[in-house]
Design a protein around this ligand. Structure first.
Ligand code: IPD
Ligand code: CA
Ligand code: CA
Length: 275
């Protein structure tokens, strides 16, 4: 297996450089936006962030596969290691000047036993002052910048909530919600009246990080892509959480269509709302 601390170092550097680029476009002026679909946006900052992230990963790991949301797949098809890059998760938020967005980088590859697993992950949310990172078997962590209180760092652990009434849930809506409205909104309506509160904040990567950090108790969404979830899955696993599809089967990156990520105790209580 590769040196995971070296891989994490690369991911931290690449996510910081991507985040710096994205922050150039955040704030005063509305960034130039083009459309991949009716509501699926891409900005010049998505593209530039990905370019920078790819450069840094390729510099350190030239033999690995890269799969980015904007740039597609590159590198050796024979490599067992694949970096999943979302150069700007939460583009709609970013384009509206809403701070809930992040650069997300997750590395998947064989664990000690040869099975494909999340190996390292970084989620950098620069407008929130939040950085999440972790490596397989070494834990996951968050560094927050708190006004007047400096930096706070903690090891991530999922919550222990076991009743829906006490739970804060995160969800997201896929871009094809216009065609699949009922299917997506039905569980949303039912869970919104069963849980303490439901949030639709607009970044799947951060939604997962929040479950890992014990801020939210669970997250569900239909139709996400590997780059949305790769880094978050590493954090969740290291924080003691659980991810499955809507039927309770193992969540398989690139294959599973839907995800339920939770603290564990709430998992079986939420599944019936999704099936
Ligand atoms: C989107 C965000 C959003 C989720 C969408 C994703 P993007 O990613 O993660 O929260 O609901 O399904 O596609 O397009 O901003 O990278
Ligand atoms: Ca995304
Ligand atoms: Ca994106």
């Amino acid at each position: 297996m590769i040196n995971l601390q070296q891989a994490l170092k690369t991911a931290l550097e690449a996510a910081a450089a991507g985040a710096e680029e994205v922050m150039r476009g955040y704030g005063d002026e509305k960034p130039r936006v083009s459309r991949k679909g009716p509501t699926n946006l891409v900005t010049e900052y998505d593209l530039r962030s990905e370019e920078i992230v790819r450069k840094i990963i390729t510099r350190d790991w030239p033999e690995h596969l890269l799969a980015g949301e904007e740039g597609g797949v590159s590198g050796s098809k024979r490599s067992l290691y694949k970096w999943h890059i979302d150069p700007l998760d939460g583009t709609a938020n970013f384009a509206h000047g809403h701070p809930f967005f992040a650069v997300s980088i997750g590395l998947f590859g064989p664990d000690g036993n040869g099975a494909e697993k999340p190996l390292a992950g970084v989620i950098n949310a620069p407008a929130l002052g939040e950085l999440y990172w972790g490596a397989r078997g070494c834990g996951a962590f968050r560094r927050q910048s708190l006004a007047g209180r400096g930096f706070r760092e903690k090891r991530l652990a999922v919550s222990s909530a076991d009743a829906l009434r006490d739970a804060m849930l995160n969800t997201g809506f896929p871009y094809d919600i216009y065609e699949r409205g009922g299917e997506i909104l039905h569980p949303f309506g039912r869970l919104a009246t069963a849980a303490r509160s439901v949030r639709r904040a607009g970044s799947a990567a951060l939604d997962l990080a929040y479950v890992a950090a014990g801020v939210a108790d669970a997250f569900w969404e239909a139709g996400l892509s590997p780059w949305d979830v790769a880094a978050g899955l590493l954090l969740l696993e290291e924080a003691g959480g659980l991810a499955t599809d809507y039927h309770g089967g193992p969540y398989i990156l690139g294959e599973s269509r839907n995800i339920l990520a939770s603290n564990g105790p709430l998992h079986d209580k939420i599944l019936p709302y999704l099936e």
